[in-house]
Design a protein around this ligand. Sequence first.
Ligand code: NAP
Length: 254
Amino acid sequence: MLDSAYSIGLLAIYAASIAVLVILFFVPAPYGRYQRRGWGPAISARTAWVVMELPAVIVIALCVRSSEVNAARSIVPLVFLTLWQIHYLYRTFVFPLLMRGGGKRFPVVLVLFAMIFNTANGFVNGYNLFLSGRIYPLHWLVDLRFIAGLAIFTAGLLIHALSDRSLRRLRRANEVGYAIPRGGLFELVSAPNYFGEIVQWIGWAVMTWSLAGLSFAVFTVANLLPRGIGHHRWYREHFEDYPDRRRAVIPFVL
Ligand SMILES: NC(=O)c1ccc[n+]([C@@H]2O[C@H](COP(=O)([O-])OP(=O)(O)OC[C@H]3O[C@@H](n4cnc5c(N)ncnc54)[C@H](OP(=O)(O)O)[C@@H]3O)[C@@H](O)[C@H]2O)c1
């Protein structure tokens, strides 16, 4: 039963990645600077972030609870769990708490979609770590895949969290307008927060060396690449003095 749920969830994430990649190139997700009428009821962005990210925190924890004692106590999956929860506690609680302009409207339909994704993603990754019977032995911690993946994951986490902070500093408490972000990786790309997030989940895929981890990295690329390209186009349309040299998401490339 859980095996089938895992297979279906995994396939659904890969299929959703293709659909999301294609759709988002034509229809920007209607929140933030693309917020517009016609998407049904909406709630505040701050509440939306908490509600839609929470399943990722809870579902993986439920996988630990449902696992056999050995899996729940083995060190390596618990290291992965800790890294996952550091990210999701930040995204679910710290990011919305600190955000400026959090009173903006966020469509409920997007919240529901994100909740479904976070439930599937939390389960698929939790299943791989705690329910599948796969064993990550202790020496995985000195395996090149773990060390390289952890370095990539950490770099990505720092890049997106610091970029989130730079964006926050562009506004005062109740402001909702936009300015040209400057400094750090913003000199190279318009959306270093998205670049960092993509790097982070590629690192996760490498260190967990799993189809589950890879599915999250693939989905993140599909979700954030078109949006980052959209942000880049938006900046160029709205700011005459927008720096020419900047790329959209991937430094020197795209
Ligand atoms: N893994 C995934 O699939 C996934 C999916 C979505 C998001 N995320 C992550 O979640 C975080 C937030 O995503 P997002 O789509 O909301 O990012 P975003 O569009 O870059 O916005 C981030 C925050 O900064 C504000 N902001 C952006 N540009 C600004 C500017 N030029 N001047 C002033 N304020 C500005 C936004 O306000 P407004 O909301 O008012 O525009 C928002 O509060 C990112 O770190 C992203 O990587 C991950």
